[in-house]
Design a protein around this ligand. Structure first.
Ligand SMILES: *Cc1c(COP(=O)(O)O)cnc(C)c1O
Length: 389
């Protein structure tokens, strides 16, 4: 039977135990037992699909991985303790010394640190392209290039990359295309369907959506996942059964939550766009977004992240943040609580102004991670803060 997204997110679950529980229980066990020597031998030889030790697999992580694979249209996947565990393990498993990555310049901060601080220790270099100029990607490719890496929408600039076009380049040059799909979730965008090879998630964000647990996943092509799984199984960045259990429950409500996130975000983007204290507003499903046609092609809705620029530069940005009453000032995003950040004075303050500009961060730019509070209450908070400028 061909099940819809919402149904998979709820009904994809482990077989019931002898207790006939309705929802999947938590299997807090570090290891599993064997019938006899032959059972143990066959299990280690992987002649049997079964749990051995929770660093390898656990019923709760298996349920979560199966569910996310079904939602992303992936053959196979691995769960990790954090999103960065997924990012690092993917690089470490698939790349070797001398390999080269082509990446979007605007990527998550710790991913950027991996490219600049850690991968070079193993002679793995990265060349960046500007998301606004995807036509330059081909020029970045070298004979030793192995992978194209990108996020769409980007953080915090909310720019988009055309997934189909990226996949065509990757295919032409025989490269592995890896997409961090954290901002969109599989509910809004399924990169594998556009030709990506692997999808990475920080499950910490919208997947949990309630700011409770950390988690990460890499899903996609079976042969690539096999190498990532073996790396993870032996090096130990496993997701805890508890976090997997929480995340599998979270996914049951992903569609209804993300629908409301997007509904609130679109209304607030329209409000901000027409506000006299705001220079510009960027949201994928506003017709004024420079890549609106790409958004419509590859995303179901616009997501929950808005960027906008207040009039008055750095000082106005800081003043706006200080005037916020209800929304949270926090480094997280994709929470049920609306979060406001001012990247130029906080998360990206260590970058030079030029480097900030290159990833779309202006002095007065505000990033809004729209939550699930009543939209009028969020709007009132933004309105009173804008009125102080
Ligand atoms: C948060 C985030 C990560 C890292 O995830 P953690 O769970 O915090 O390790 C990676 N990519 C993107 C786009 C993120 O927003």
């Amino acid at each position: 039977m061909n099940r819809q997204f919402e149904t998979i997110a709820i009904r994809e679950q482990l077989e019931r135990s002898q207790f006939m529980e309705h929802t999947t229980p938590l299997y807090m066990t570090s290891s599993f037992i064997f019938e006899d020597d032959e059972d143990m031998r066959a299990s280690f030889a992987e002649e049997k699909q079964r749990n051995i030790y929770s660093r390898f697999t656990n019923p709760n992580t298996e349920e979560l991985v199966h569910k996310v694979c079904a939602l992303e249209g992936a053959e196979s996947g691995v769960a990790f303790a954090t999103g960065m565990g997924a990012v690092f393990s993917t690089f470490a498993a698939l790349l070797k010394s001398g390999d080269h990555i082509v990446s979007a310049r605007a990527v998550f901060g710790s991913t950027h640190a991996m490219f600049t601080k850690f991968l070079p220790k193993w002679q793995i270099e990265t060349t960046y392209f500007d998301v606004e100029k995807p036509e330059t990607i081909a020029d970045c490719i070298r004979p030793e290039t192995k992978m194209i890496y990108a996020e769409t929408p980007t953080n915090p600039g909310v720019s988009l990359l055309d997934l189909e076009a990226l996949a065509a380049i990757a295919k032409k040059h025989n490269l592995i295309l890896v997409i961090d799909n954290c901002f969109a979730t599989p509910y809004l965008q399924q990169p594998l369907a556009f030709g990506a090879d692997l999808v990475i998630h920080s499950a910490t964000k919208l997947m949990d959506g309630q700011g409770r647990v950390l988690g990460g996943l890499t899903v996609g092509k079976k042969d690539l996942i096999r190498d990532i799984y073996l790396f993870a199984r032996n090096t130990g960045p496993a997701m805890s059964p508890f976090n997997a259990w929480v995340l599998s429950k979270s996914l049951e409500t992903l569609a209804v939550r993300v629908d409301r996130h997007c509904e609130n975000a679109l209304a607030l983007a329209q409000f901000l766009e027409s506000h006299p204290q705001v220079n510009w507003t960027k949201y994928p499903f506003l017709p004024s977004h420079p890549q609106y046609t790409i958004a419509k092609k590859q995303m179901k809705k616009g997501g929950n992240i808005i960027s906008f620029e207040v009039k008055g530069g750095l000082e106005a940005g800081r003043k706006f943040l200080n005037a916020i009453k209800m929304c949270s000032l926090s480094a997280n995003l994709g929470d049920s609580r609306t979060i406001v950040t001012h990247p130029a004075s906080t998360t990206h303050s260590k970058l030079s102004k030029d480097d900030r500009q290159a990833v779309g961060i202006t002095d007065g730019m505000i990033r809004l991670s729209v939550g699930l509070e009543h939209v009028d209450d969020i709007q009132n908070d933004l309105q009173q803060a804008l009125a102080t400028l």
